[in-house]
Design a protein around this ligand. Sequence first.
Ligand SMILES: *Cc1c(COP(=O)(O)O)cnc(C)c1O
Length: 404
Amino acid sequence: MKSRDLEKPIAAEGGEPAFDTAVPIIRPNLPEWRSVEDRLKEIYDSRMLTNSKTVQELEKKFASFLGVKRTVALSSCTAGLILLMKSLGIRGEVIVPSFTFSATGHSIFWAGATPVFVDCDSGTWNISPDAVRKAVSDRTEAILAVHIFGNPGPVRQLEELAGELNLPLLFDSAHGFGGSVGSRRIGGFGKAEMFSLSPTKLLTGGEGGLLATDDLELADMISALRNYGHSSGYDCFAPGINARMPEFNAAMLLEGLHLVDGEIIKREKLSGIYRKLLSELPGITFQRIEKDNQHTYKDFTILINPGEFGMDRDQLHHLLEKENIQTKKYFYPPLHLQSAYEGREFRCGDLSFTEKLSENVLTLPLYSALGAEGVRKIAETIIRVHHAVSAESSARDRRMLEVN
Ligand SMILES: *Cc1c(COP(=O)(O)O)cnc(C)c1O
């Protein structure tokens, strides 16, 4: 960055905003309209809008993409997580990270179970296997892990632990579609993985969820429960709900599937630009990605050490807003501090890292449509804002010295 540019006044001090119009945090990468149009027209003309062949095609193609025996298409990840825990008869304690999106925790309460919130690893920001082990009690009935921001979780350690304790290992894989551990795609770990296909995710059908599992009985159960609990005719074998994925959404997803790997490669390059430019600043760290793991780059989140960086997360969020850059405090507050859970029954492990992380993270825009130029400009704006604030604070320090 040229030093002349570095000295340009920031928007909060009367300068021109870095971007003329707001840069959103997320922009869904959708397949070409033409490719979707033919499928939509066919569904429309057939008058078969649900429970039909587009969803069936999706379930086959997605299972083969993920390398699992079965997938079940659902209306959302939240609905799928609830049905998953209900199907497994989980009513006791579920060990889950506190640093995750609220729906992970909500689904546990809706299933009628009790969350036990545990800390995450300080490098990967994923659930810590040590913390899981410490949280196990005689009421533990499942472990629910999350691939945070698309960074694959510690699947091998968790599988080992779950095997040793004879507990089902489940994944909220809302961020994980397209990621992998070695040569195995996310989707094939634990008893089942549950993806979200809502608009903030890398692959979206408008709304939607997808269960991936090798357990055929479980897949059949969830298939039936998403459809009121019908097996044959109207004599329901269990009180199910309507959690079906509509045919139209499946059409978008079938075309969108071809874009996933390419989008991940593009985002990986863009996040490399962020990492390179922002690591020149003091007090900024990034999520550690374990060797041989493929991150999906659903989100790019930085962790700020306010003492070293010279300003806190909220201040940076505010100053970037003035520059027309949208950022998000993902995930703040952590689940154990959500107002929704006040007065509810749950247990917590030591959550000291989670609390620190949650108070200091900021998610920056990341999607292929930004291009390298867009990402570079956002990173340079952060550098410029940092420069302005640190120049101001050193001037203030000088004035303080003079006064004293
Ligand atoms: C988005 C998200 C969900 C919820 O997905 P829906 O499909 O909207 O129900 C659940 N968990 C995590 C971690 C998410 O990011």
